[in-house]
Design a protein around this ligand. Structure first.
Ligand code: FPP
Length: 228
């Protein structure tokens, strides 16, 4: 969700204001994706590198996260949305962790779209944590080294039971992955738009989905596999 800072700068506003309007885009995206039948929406809300931003900006982002969770739970619930979180969430402030756990619990019986928030998330850190988990299983005698395969690695990632993404959208024109879902995006289709995140609303989402629908996904094969 890139471009909040630039959006604010263009208007002579503080960066936190860009994040606040960015939160409105989050709200709009969750509603639209849920209506359109998207099964999983993963939002890169706070990276492991974002901790190095000025203290006031980090505080503003944590405030917005808690505000969003408190305010949106009734609507998420009425839209049958579930909530999951990926990342080193134990690094988040205690109040944010508490609000996250409460929200996950409140929405846990829902059966519609799963909203996945990537918080204090880094793709490399995720792989490190997965390797540690696998090493512990081997050390405890529950797993043979020869049995470590892609399924075992995927199961040990934070995304364990979440399918790999089909489409990766990056706003603000940056042609980078920025440490996001490094393992999981192997065959994801990428869509990069110049639009800054605070301006990314339903019409922009529809453009991305339209573009995606024209792609021919071959997964390394000559002919694309038949759609399920
Ligand atoms: C990147 O833009 C964006 C972030 C680091 C934070 C994203 C947060 C939100 C959209 C709001 C809160 C989220 C939730 C889930 C309630 P940037 O600041 O790097 O922008 P720039 O590259 O233009 O400086």
């Amino acid at each position: 969700m890139d471009g909040n800072g630039r959006w604010a700068k263009q208007r002579g506003l503080p960066r936190a204001e860009g994040h606040r309007i960015g939160m409105e885009s989050v709200r709009a995206m969750v509603r639209s994706c849920s209506e359109l039948g998207v099964e999983y929406l993963t939002l890169y809300a706070f990276s492991s590198e974002n901790w190095k931003r000025p203290r006031t900006e980090v505080a503003a982002l944590m405030y917005l996260l808690e505000f969003f969770l408190k305010q949106e739970i009734p609507e998420l619930n009425s839209n049958n949305v579930r909530l999951a979180v990926i990342g080193r969430t134990h690094d988040l402030p205690a109040s944010a962790q508490k609000q996250l756990n409460k929200s996950i619990e409140t929405l846990s019986k829902n059966t519609g779209m799963t909203l996945v928030l990537a918080l204090s998330y880094g793709g490399r850190a995720e792989i490190v944590d997965a390797m540690r988990g696998i090493a512990r299983e081997v050390k405890a005698g529950h797993l043979e080294i020869a049995d470590i395969d892609e399924v075992v690695i995927a199961r040990n990632l934070y995304t364990g039971s979440i399918p790999d993404p089909d489409l990766l959208i990056r706003t603000s024109g940056e042609m980078r992955i920025s440490n996001f879902l490094l393992w999981q995006i192997s065959y994801a289709e990428m869509y990069v738009t110049e639009v800054l995140w605070p301006d990314f609303r339903k019409p922009e989402l529809l453009k991305a989905l339209e573009d995606y629908s024209q792609r021919s996904r071959r997964f390394g094969l000559v002919n694309p596999p038949k759609a399920k």
